[in-house]
Design a protein around this ligand. Structure first.
Ligand code: ATP
Ligand code: MG
Length: 411
């Protein structure tokens, strides 16, 4: 066994156990040694969270999260470990002794790939590892439960971004996510349509340096006679790979647009494209529900401040009061604290707990280049490809895309 926090001369660590005390799981130690020799380490729960963000964690193929009845009080921490491992594309085997089915269920829903009871049955860990190494359909964001099928009428997947407060970065995420999806693979790139539904102050056109067009307003005010051609003509092309419906050139009274209008626009876009990315206004409008219902993934973007926290709470209450699918929201924290900022990390945790939400995605602060990139009308990939924010969004696009293709193959 190797301490997980040190390198061992180029023989990178392939796996880790994560437990309160690995000595409680001596059969696991034996099996790990038999399968991996020296190439594994052991971590405590808190250590694991810090370790995932370190470069040494990049070689990790899987972690074995071993828990017993005593750890059940700490389920949210266990859940967080699983979520973060999944975010880093690390597989998770859950090993459990004396844990209630309800807790197990909760952890498996967090995305654990395999479950093995403890004491470990002979050969069971090895088999679980083999099963995990087959191409897997589960290593993907939990919210995207709706199948995404690609076919003749494309029935593209709908990804929506809404900021929970002004300026939290919704347009930045929408624009860059759309561009990363459009460029996700050289051959066989998916077709992507970005729609700015922040109809009044939308800034997609600014961030991609596209003019706002009058035809957009005409189309929106008469969607009943909109056909595929009318829709296509209202779109603009960014660098030959991304189609964009900017917000209209004139300020639209939000009430002029009905849920039916929005439904038609979204349906038309989904027929024509593999992916449709929507930037929503911060305010709730009477067609917000339409978009929420149609979305495959709905990102609710927030920052680590009181404004976001209070708005998140209001949104949660509003959706629950209307019996709308609150659980569809995937909370994403922008300008998230670095992993070295332990104080910041615990504030994130507390924010999630006090709001009763799980913050599934964290996007780092990318500094000035992010604003500059928007001012120059370019996605980050084209102006600051190494920016940490760009990297995270690129990863997100890859994971959303792999989810789509896995499902298409299965269909
Ligand atoms: N992770 C980040 N790192 C650095 N700068 C960021 C980040 N996210 C957003 N920004 C910057 O913050 C500003 C606001 O971002 P953006 O316009 O995307 O927010 P928004 O939620 O769409 O705002 P609005 O409410 O006006 O629609 C922009 O200048 C953008 O470049
Ligand atoms: Mg915006």
């Amino acid at each position: 066994m190797t301490s997980a926090t040190t390198h061992d001369d180029g023989t990178a660590i392939l796996a880790c156990t994560i437990s309160r005390d690995v000595q409680n799981f001596d059969l696991l130690i034996e099996d790990m040694e038999a399968i991996l020799g020296e190439r594994w380490g052991d971590l405590g729960f808190a250590e694991a969270l810090a370790f995932f963000s370190q470069p040494e964690a990049e070689s990790l193929e899987f972690v074995a999260l071993a828990i017993d009845g005593e750890d059940e009080d700490n389920l949210s921490l266990m859940g967080e470990i699983i979520s973060q491992a999944k975010e880093k594309k690390i597989k998770v085997v859950l090993i459990a002794e004396d844990v209630t089915p309800a807790s197990l269920h909760q952890l498996l829903r967090k995305g654990a790939d395999e479950f093995v009871p403890y004491p470990l049955p002979e050969g069971e860990l090895q088999e679980a590892i083999e099963r995990m190494n087959k191409p897997d359909p589960v290593a993907a964001p939990q919210a995207a439960a709706v199948p995404m099928v690609q076919g003749e009428s494309k029935e593209g997947a709908l990804f929506v971004v809404q900021g929970l407060a002004g300026g939290v970065g919704s347009t930045t995420l929408a624009v860059n996510l759309a561009w990363e999806l459009a460029t996700v693979s050289d051959k066989d790139a998916p077709t992507v349509c970005l729609i700015d539904l922040d109809l009044q102050y939308g800034s997609v056109s600014t961030y991609l340096d596209l003019p706002r067009r009058e035809t957009v307003f005409e189309m929106l005010s008469d969607t009943a006679s909109m056909d595929d051609d009318v829709f296509s003509q209202a779109l603009q092309t960014f660098e030959e790979k991304l189609k964009v419906l900017t917000s209209p050139s004139d300020l639209v009274p939000l009430d002029l647009i009905t849920p039916e209008d929005i439904e038609r626009v979204i349906d038309t876009a989904r027929r024509q494209f593999d992916y449709v990315v929507v930037d929503m206004p911060t305010t709730l409008v009477h067609w917000s529900e339409t978009v929420l219902q149609a979305a495959h993934v709905y990102f609710a973007l927030l920052e680590l401040d009181m404004r976001s926290a209070q708005n998140a709470l209001r949104l949660k209450r509003a959706l629950q009061a209307e019996e709308l699918p609150f659980e569809k929201l995937r909370f994403a924290l922008n300008r998230a604290p670095k992993f070295t900022d332990l104080n910041g990390k615990s504030r994130v945790k507390r924010m999630g707990e006090s709001l009763g939400i799980s913050i599934d995605l964290q996007l780092p602060d990318g500094g000035k280049p992010v604003m500059q990139s928007g001012d120059h009308g370019l996605p980050l990939a084209n102006s600051a490809a190494k920016n940490p924010l760009r990297r995270e969004i690129a990863k997100l696009a890859k994971s959303l895309h792999s989810l789509g293709s896995n499902n298409a193959e299965a269909a």
